[in-house]
Every structure is written in structure tokens, then in C-alpha cells.
Design a binder for this molecule. Structure first.
Ligand SMILES: *[C@@H]1O[C@H](CO)[C@@H](O)[C@H](O)[C@H]1NC(C)=O
Ligand SMILES: *[C@@H]1O[C@H](CO)[C@@H](O)[C@H](O)[C@H]1NC(C)=O
Ligand SMILES: *[C@@H]1O[C@H](CO)[C@@H](O)[C@H](O)[C@H]1NC(C)=O
Ligand SMILES: *[C@@H]1O[C@H](CO)[C@@H](O)[C@H](O)[C@H]1NC(C)=O
Ligand SMILES: *[C@@H]1O[C@H](CO)[C@@H](O)[C@H](O)[C@H]1NC(C)=O
Ligand SMILES: *[C@@H]1O[C@H](CO)[C@@H](O)[C@H](O)[C@H]1NC(C)=O
Ligand SMILES: *[C@@H]1O[C@H](CO)[C@@H](O)[C@H](O)[C@H]1NC(C)=O
Ligand SMILES: *[C@@H]1O[C@H](CO)[C@@H](O)[C@H](O)[C@H]1NC(C)=O
Ligand SMILES: *[C@@H]1O[C@H](CO)[C@@H](O)[C@H](O)[C@H]1NC(C)=O
Ligand SMILES: *[C@@H]1O[C@H](CO)[C@@H](O)[C@H](O)[C@H]1NC(C)=O
Ligand SMILES: *[C@@H]1O[C@H](CO)[C@@H](O)[C@H](O)[C@H]1NC(C)=O
Ligand SMILES: *[C@@H]1O[C@H](CO)[C@@H](O)[C@H](O)[C@H]1NC(C)=O
Length: 454
């Protein structure tokens, strides 16, 4: 059973001990012929018009596969395949898959479903429901009833809103609605289903409405690639457990104070917006914050008052903004920070005391800026694992480089317009740096972001 079994699409995996324990007599969408395969292709053909629990054989583990358009399938466990008239399934009739205690996964992806009708999936305790990549435009009220699932995926459909009461007596740990056209979720629609992770990236939300984002257990919220234009104080007030908030690639221009204070956020990603202004106190009182990403925005100024009380901050990424200088004691509020990424800015002017109060930094990335002067005392009091000054406008660095960088592990100085006098001692110094290779392998994303993990 291998290449002849291509084009399979709906997969249901059943637990041990399949039997018709349910008394449901509901009718499935059509009378289909089921061809059972038990490790070979000589299984029997059965006709059914009833609930699927009538046709499950009493096998240790059985997989039911509905033919799909693209999938390849090659499993060595017994499974059953519904014959090809189910290809491009455009309806799941309510009742067909109810009351199936053996059902472990229900996967109907890349079919032609357009609507999930009332009662389509009912009375299931299941690990994974995947209805991604159909053409679903509507979830009727009560589409899902009395279901407990770890993960439900509805990605790549055409949903624009989620109504109240779509989920009745449902508990879902992780819900993914990526890449739909969602702009509206009714208040309460998702409030009572116990979500811990919600993926809503690539949709059309314009705000975080606290009446909608009212989820007492939610830990992770991904709203990347939406159209959110503003954040207001209190927007997160009904997300008391929120730990990760991803807002990359929205349309934010300003971050006021009072949005994030007193949250439990450990990771905040605001990259890829159009942020020109962040209030001095915007990131105050975020005692759990470990990783802050505000790269790829339009900031022109580094504010040394940011992040007061952020005693866990380990990773700050501010690369690819328009920042022109580093002020006095720029990082004074978080002397234990491990990584500061300021690459790709327009930094030219660095205050003599810029790095005061820092203790030990693993990575200080100042590459791709306009630095033309390096005070030999800048790093007198801070030890640094990797400092990257490549792609700047340095013509020379005064002083004995061994002394200037005495507290630094690896120093990157490539692509600067060194003047002739300076070049000899610079290149000698670079030549001595045998850890160059390390930098090429080094990946920002690998840097641990919570201080407690270091
Ligand atoms: C399963 O259901 C069929 C038809 O309703 C019945 O004939 C059969 O005895 C049942 N099997 C078990 C194990 O209950
Ligand atoms: C399905 O099968 C049942 C019982 O065999 C029969 O009564 C019904 O007419 C069939 N329905 C269709 C649409 O073929
Ligand atoms: C196919 O598998 C079934 C069930 O295990 C078995 O009864 C049958 O003999 C097998 N046929 C061949 C040709 O191996
Ligand atoms: C079903 O979906 C496939 C893949 O998206 C598409 O090619 C096909 O035209 C659709 N069929 C119908 C009847 O809509
Ligand atoms: C809810 O579903 C479970 C199976 O997950 C079932 O045991 C229980 O009887 C159902 N409750 C109701 C009220 O139907
Ligand atoms: C669902 O199944 C899990 C084990 O798979 C079990 O721990 C849990 O109690 C079940 N929940 C319900 C509502 O039956
Ligand atoms: C929802 O659950 C409650 C309590 O578990 C139960 O009384 C009620 O009948 C259930 N409703 C539905 C539609 O299953
Ligand atoms: C969410 O999914 C993760 C794996 O992706 C799983 O470990 C976790 O248990 C799920 N959460 C819930 C509440 O089911
Ligand atoms: C958050 O900050 C805002 C503005 O400074 C303030 O009004 C609000 O009371 C603060 N909230 C909490 C919970 O500290
Ligand atoms: C942000 O910066 C980009 C690229 O430098 C620029 O095209 C855009 O006009 C700027 N937007 C704002 C609001 O400043
Ligand atoms: C350089 O920075 C210092 C301190 O931040 C400031 O006083 C000075 O005006 C800046 N100079 C330029 C040319 O920006
Ligand atoms: C380094 O620390 C010494 C002693 O605390 C202090 O006098 C000096 O100004 C500091 N230098 C820099 C560049 O921060």
C-alpha cells in the first residue's frame, strides 16, 4: 500500500478498543462505500448511511481516510479509505462524526467545505481538529457542541467574523484562525472556551477590543499581520495570564503608557510597525518582560527612561529604526540585559557615558550604523561577549585596541573605512580575533530571552 494510495484527505485516528458504544442513529452526509485496508489492499467494501460508529471495525487502532486532492499517504497501520466520490468534500453532515469516543484526530484539510453547520461536531473528546484550507465562510451557531480539544485549526479559510455561540460547551486549548479575513469576533464568542493560545495572524483586526479579548486563561496571543492602528490603556485588562503578545507587522505609530503595565508579558513583539514614538513609561512595570522586539520601526530616538522596573529584561531588539544617537546611561534601567540589538540604525553620536551602569552583555550589535568615532573608554566598565561594529564609518580607533576592548570577547570591525595609518594596527587586531567564525554562526533568535533561562 503505497503509491496507489495517493490523494487522501480526511484522516481520523481512533483509540484502542473501537466498538459501537454509542447509540446514535444519525445519518452521514451521503451513503458512501468504505473500503477497508488492513495492511494490504484486499479489504471489504461496506455501504453505510449511518453514523460512522456503525462502521468502525473492532481493531486495536483504526484510521479512516477520506480521499483528498493532493495528499500522499503511506501508513503501516490498518486504516479505511472512503472511496473517491468523497474527494473535494463540500459538506460534513451534522451527525456523521458525533459521539465517537475513539476519535483522536479529525483532519479535513484542503477540501471544499464552505460552512460548518449547527451540530457538525458534537460530543467529542479529541486531540486535534483541523479544518484548514477549505473555503469556509461561516461557522453556524452551535457548529461545535460539547467538545474538548487540545488544538483546533481553521487556517486559510474565508471567515470574516466569529459569532457568539458558535462554540457550545466547548473547551479548546489552542485555536488557530490564521489567514482568514477576520475583522470581528463577537464579545463572549471565545471567552468561555478556556483558550491558552490564540493565533490570529494574517487577518484584518484594527484594534484589541478588551470586550472580545476577554480570556482568563490565555497565555499566548498572536495578532501579527493585522491592521491594528492603535493600542489603548486597558486593552489587555481582560487577559490576566497573557505572557506572549505578537503584534508584528501591524500599523502602529505610537505606543502610549498604560497599555502593558502590570501585565505578565514575558515576550512583546512590536516589530515591523511604523512606530515613531514610544512613551517614556510605555514599558514600565513589566516585571516579567524578558524579550522586547521593536525592530523595523521608525524610532529616531533612544529613550533611557524606557523599561523602568523591567527587571527580567534580557533581550532588546531595536534594529532597523532611524535612531541617531545613544544618550547618557542609555541602558541604566536594566543593567543585567544580555543582548542589545541596535543594528541598522543611523547612530553616529554616542555619549561618553552611554554604557554606564551596564554590567555584562552577551551581545551588543551596533553594526550598520554611522558611527565615526569610538571613545576608547566607552567599554571601560562593561564586559561584552560579542560587540559588532562592522559596517560603520570608523576611520580609526584611538588607543591600544587590546586595552580598548579588554573586556570584550569577540569584536567585529569589518567594513569600516579605516585610514591608512590606522589600518595596520586594526587589521593586526582583527587578525588576532580567532572567534570570527562564531559570529557567522551566531543567530539572534538563538539568544535566550528570559533572564531566568540564562
Ligand atoms: C454494533 O452495532 C451493530 C448494528 O447496530 C450490531 O449489530 C452489533 O451487535 C453491535 N456490536 C457491538 C459490539 O455492540
Ligand atoms: C442511503 O441508504 C439508505 C439505507 O440503505 C437508503 O434508505 C437511502 O435512500 C440512501 N440514501 C441515498 C441518498 O442514497
Ligand atoms: C489482507 O488483510 C486481511 C486482514 O488482515 C487478511 O484477512 C487477508 O488475508 C489479507 N490478504 C492478503 C492478500 O494478504
Ligand atoms: C475543490 O477545491 C479544489 C482545491 O481547492 C479546487 O481545485 C476545486 O475546484 C474545488 N471543487 C469544487 C467543486 O469547488
Ligand atoms: C459530552 O461529550 C462527552 C464525550 O466527550 C460525553 O461523554 C458526554 O456524555 C457529553 N455530554 C453531553 C451532555 O452530551
Ligand atoms: C478526555 O480524554 C482525556 C484523556 O484522553 C481525559 O483525561 C479527560 O478526562 C477526557 N475528558 C472528558 C470530558 O471526557
Ligand atoms: C453544557 O454543559 C452543561 C453542564 O455540563 C449541561 O448542563 C448542558 O446540558 C450542556 N449543554 C449542551 C448543549 O451540551
Ligand atoms: C496547546 O498545544 C500544545 C502543543 O502545541 C500542547 O502542549 C498544549 O497542551 C495545548 N494546550 C492545551 C490547553 O491543550
Ligand atoms: C497603568 O498605567 C496607567 C497610566 O500610567 C495608569 O492609569 C494605570 O492605573 C496603570 N495600571 C496599573 C494596573 O498599574
Ligand atoms: C517609516 O519609515 C519608512 C522607511 O524608512 C518610511 O518609508 C515611512 O514613510 C516612515 N513612516 C513614518 C510614519 O514615519
Ligand atoms: C550628541 O549627543 C549629546 C548627548 O546626547 C548631545 O548633547 C549632542 O547634542 C549630540 N550631538 C549631535 C551632533 O547630535
Ligand atoms: C568607570 O567606572 C569608574 C569607577 O566607577 C568611573 O570613574 C568611570 O567614570 C567609569 N567610566 C565609564 C566610561 O563609564
Amino acid at each position: 500500500m503505497r503509491s496507489s494510495l495517493v490523494n487522501l484527505l480526511l484522516i481520523c485516528i481512533f483509540h484502542f478498543g473501537v466498538s459501537n458504544t454509542s447509540n446514535s442513529e444519525k445519518v452521514s452526509s451521503k451513503n458512501v462505500t468504505v473500503h477497508w485496508y488492513f495492511g494490504n489492499e484486499t479489504g471489504e467494501t461496506v455501504a453505510t448511511s449511518n453514523n460512522f460508529n456503525k462502521i468502525f471495525p473492532e481493531e486495536e487502532q483504526v484510521t479512516v481516510v477520506l480521499p483528498s486532492v493532493q495528499e500522499e499517504f503511506d501508513w503501516d497501520i490498518p486504516f479505511a479509505r472512503l472511496l473517491p466520490e468523497w474527494r473535494g468534500l463540500d459538506e460534513i453532515k451534522p451527525g456523521a462524526f458525533d459521539n465517537l469516543p475513539q476519535l483522536e484526530s479529525f483532519i479535513v484539510i484542503r477540501n471544499n467545505l464552505t460552512e460548518i453547520k449547527t451540530g457538525t461536531l458534537t460530543n467529542l473528546n479529541i486531540s486535534h481538529i483541523d479544518l484548514s484550507s477549505n473555503s469556509i465562510i461561516r461557522l453556524q451557531q452551535g457548529a461545535f457542541k460539547n467538545i474538548s480539544a487540545d488544538l483546533m485549526e481553521l487556517d486559510n479559510n474565508q471567515l470574516t467574523e466569529i459569532l457568539n455561540d458558535v462554540f457550545e460547551n466547548v473547551t479548546i486549548g489552542n485555536l488557530s484562525l490564521t489567514n482568514n479575513g477576520l475583522h470581528t469576533i463577537a464579545p463572549e464568542a471565545l471567552s468561555t472556551i478556556g483558550l491558552t493560545s490564540l493565533w490570529l495572524f494574517e487577518n484584518s483586526f484594527e484594534e484589541i477590543n478588551p470586550e472580545v479579548f476577554n480570556m482568563q486563561e490565555l497565555i499566548s496571543l498572536n495578532l501579527g499581520f493585522n491592521s491594528i492602528k492603535l493600542l489603548r490603556p486597558g486593552d489587555l485588562r481582560n487577559l490576566p495570564e497573557l505572557s506572549e503578545l505578537m503584534l508584528w507587522s501591524n500599523e502602529l505609530e505610537e505606543i502610549p503608557e498604560g497599555v502593558f503595565n502590570a501585565t505578565k508579558l514575558t515576550y512583546l513583539d512590536l516589530s515591523g510597525n511604523k512606530i515613531v514614538k514610544i512613551a517614556s513609561k510605555a514599558f514600565d512595570d513589566m516585571p516579567e518582560l524578558g524579550k522586547l522586539d521593536i525592530s523595523f520601526n521608525n524610532l529616531t530616538r533612544w529613550d533611557n527612561n524606557w523599561l523602568s522596573g523591567a527587571k527580567s529584561i534580557a533581550y532588546i531588539s531595536v534594529g532597523y529604526n532611524q535612531i541617531t544617537g545613544i544618550p547618557d546611561e542609555a541602558f541604566k534601567n536594566y543593567p543585567g540585559v544580555k543582548s542589545i540589538g541596535l543594528e541598522g540604525n543611523r547612530i553616529r553620536n554616542i555619549s561618553n557615558n552611554a554604557f554606564n551602569k551596564l554590567e555584562h552583555v552577551e551581545v551588543l550589535d551596533l553594526s550598520n550604523n554611522e558611527i565615526d568615532n569610538w571613545n576608547p573608554n566607552f567599554l571601560a566598565n562593561v564586559s561584552i561577549g560579542i560587540i559588532d561594529l562592522s559596517d560603520n564609518n570608523l576611520e580609526c580607533i584611538d588607543g591600544d585596541l587590546e586595552t580598548v576592548f579588554r573586556n570584550s570577547g569577540s569584536i567585529y570591525l569589518e567594513n569600516n573605512p579605516w585610514n591608512e595609518e590606522c589600518y595596520a594596527h586594526i587589521s593586526e587586531f582583527i587578525g588576532e580575533d580567532d572567534e570570527e567564525q562564531y559570529f557567522e554562526d551566531y543567530d539572534m533568535e538563538q539568544v535566550p530571552y528570559h533572564i531566568n533561562e540564562i
